[in-house]
Write a protein that binds this ligand. Structure first.
Ligand code: PFF
Length: 448
């Protein structure tokens, strides 16, 4: 078996983790979720979820990964708790299912890059979305997106993931920052900002049962938690890194990109009348933006920039999703990385075909991941770290950390009590929300 790789530098790890975190979740879902769920009022719930639940949970994955130097499944075994490997197994399944539909949306982005260059969506943005989002074109672009993902993962941790994210993450920043400045000059920009950020508490109060699980699910998704990505990535890390410092950097940068995405999207939508979507279904972001790009000055170029950012963000996340099952198989069997990544990638691509044929099925994959798999996976990891693993994990947090051992003590109690309670509640609300959507329940019972 070849020797296990490690990141070449601390910055390499941070950029790879930021690359995983920053994705379609930040640029595609976040602005629309915020706008349709009460603006700044939703933002407060979301930020609380990110910093109070997501950040400590991320540290939980970091200690498991770095202590064990193993992939998400073997990590539990190598720490001496083999029966908890199911937690990692849940992550492998979760990342597999998520990548299956994530890649289909990545394929849509490819179609919109082509459409920005050729002008194909300018005439009839709704028809364009219909043509590229489900059917043979969607299957083909999904396959291309998966091929790009497989290519990078097959090259390895340093030559593939680290090298790619070192270029992609700074490019995302420069492009999205540039776009935010550019669109601030559009007529209607200030109306866009106030729509995005003005708090509407009544929306939250009216749908607490739906908004809380969405905000928490969004927080976990955007931070790439639950599926073992952060376990796998931190397993390639040296002992002298400060996990709390690295984790804070990742969480803050990820949040900034999400906020910045809103500063790009809303001025564009408010530059033309009637472009602001009523609700944020899977396709509304694409159709609403494409119709705005077709009407504003310089819209085609802004559109191209926007969809390129979206592609880079999506790819730097999809590689982390494929890395979870790949590292598991490579560590476990000693197979070569290249055929493993190709084989697993092809299986994911096949699993994604139904979602490339029907956006309704894609919506279901998405809802099951957000409302069920993600909170469940994070809950299991938190219970493991807080109650099952012994002190070795709290000690691990102190290694290389300048935050002091009071920090790790508070963190441990937080992960023991606060996080399980918060996620348990969210999980109940999430299951309820799935049952309401499926028509089993006619209205929410809890917080209804
Ligand atoms: N964090 C990514 C995004 O916001 O788009 C998506 C993601 C990647 C979720 C990896 C989960 C994961 F394990």
């Amino acid at each position: 078996m070849s020797e296990r790789e490690t990141w070449t530098s601390r910055v390499g790890f941070i950029l790879a983790a930021v690359g995983s975190a920053v994705g379609l979740g930040n640029i595609w879902s976040f602005p629309f979720q915020t706008a349709s769920n009460g603006g700044a009022a939703f933002l407060v719930v979301y930020l609380l979820a990110v910093f109070l639940i997501g950040f400590p949970a991320m540290l939980g994955e970091f200690v498991i990964g770095r202590r064990s130097e193993q992939n998400a499944v073997e990590a539990f075994r190598s720490l001496g708790f083999g029966e908890w490997s199911v937690a990692g197994g849940l992550g492998v399944v979760g990342s597999f299912v998520t990548l299956a539909f994530y890649s289909v949306v990545g394929g849509w982005v490819l179609s919109y890059i082509v459409g920005s260059v050729t002008g194909a969506y300018l005439g009839d943005p709704g028809a364009y979305f219909g043509a590229v989002s489900a059917g043979p074109i969607a299957v083909a672009t999904h396959a291309v997106f998966m091929a790009l993902t497989i290519g990078i993962v097959a090259l390895g941790v340093t030559d593939g993931i680290e090298r790619a994210t070192k270029v992609m993450v700074p490019a995302i920043f420069v492009l999205i920052g540039g776009l935010a400045v550019w669109v601030s000059t559009l007529d209607g920009a200030s109306d866009g900002y106030s729509y995005y950020l003005s708090p509407d508490v009544s929306v939250i109060a009216g749908d607490l049962a739906g908004i809380v699980p969405s905000a928490v699910g969004q927080a976990f998704f955007t931070l790439s938690l639950g599926f073992g990505v952060m376990i796998a990535y931190s397993s390639y890390l040296g002992r002298d890194d400060s996990l709390p410092a690295d984790g804070s950097a990742i969480v803050v940068v990820n949040t900034l990109v999400a906020l910045l995405a809103g500063f790009v999207v809303f001025p564009v939508l408010f530059a033309i009348e009637g472009a602001v979507p009523e609700s944020g279904g899977a396709g509304t972001a694409f159709t609403a933006l494409a119709s705005a790009f077709s009407q504003i000055p310089g819209g085609q170029a802004i559109g191209l920039g926007f969809f390129v950012v979206l592609l880079l963000a999506a790819l730097s996340s999809s590689i982390s999703l494929l890395e979870v099952p790949t590292s598991f198989v490579v560590d476990r069997t000693g197979y070569d990385r290249t055929p493993t990544a190709v084989g697993l990638g092809v299986l994911v691509a096949i699993a994604g075909v139904p979602t490339a044929l029907d956006t309704g099925i894609l919506g279901w994959y998405n809802d099951v991941v957000f409302n069920l798999l993600l909170p469940l996976a994070v809950l299991v990891i938190a219970v493991f770290v807080g109650w099952v693993a012994d002190d070795q994990l709290a000690e691990e947090l102190d290694l290389g950390s300048s935050f002091g051992d009071d920090f790790s003590t508070v963190w441990l109690w937080w992960i023991r009590i606060v996080i399980p309670v918060a996620i348990g509640g969210t999980l109940l609300l999430g299951i309820q929300s799935l049952l309401v959507k499926a028509g089993v329940l006619s209205a929410p019972v809890i917080l209804g």
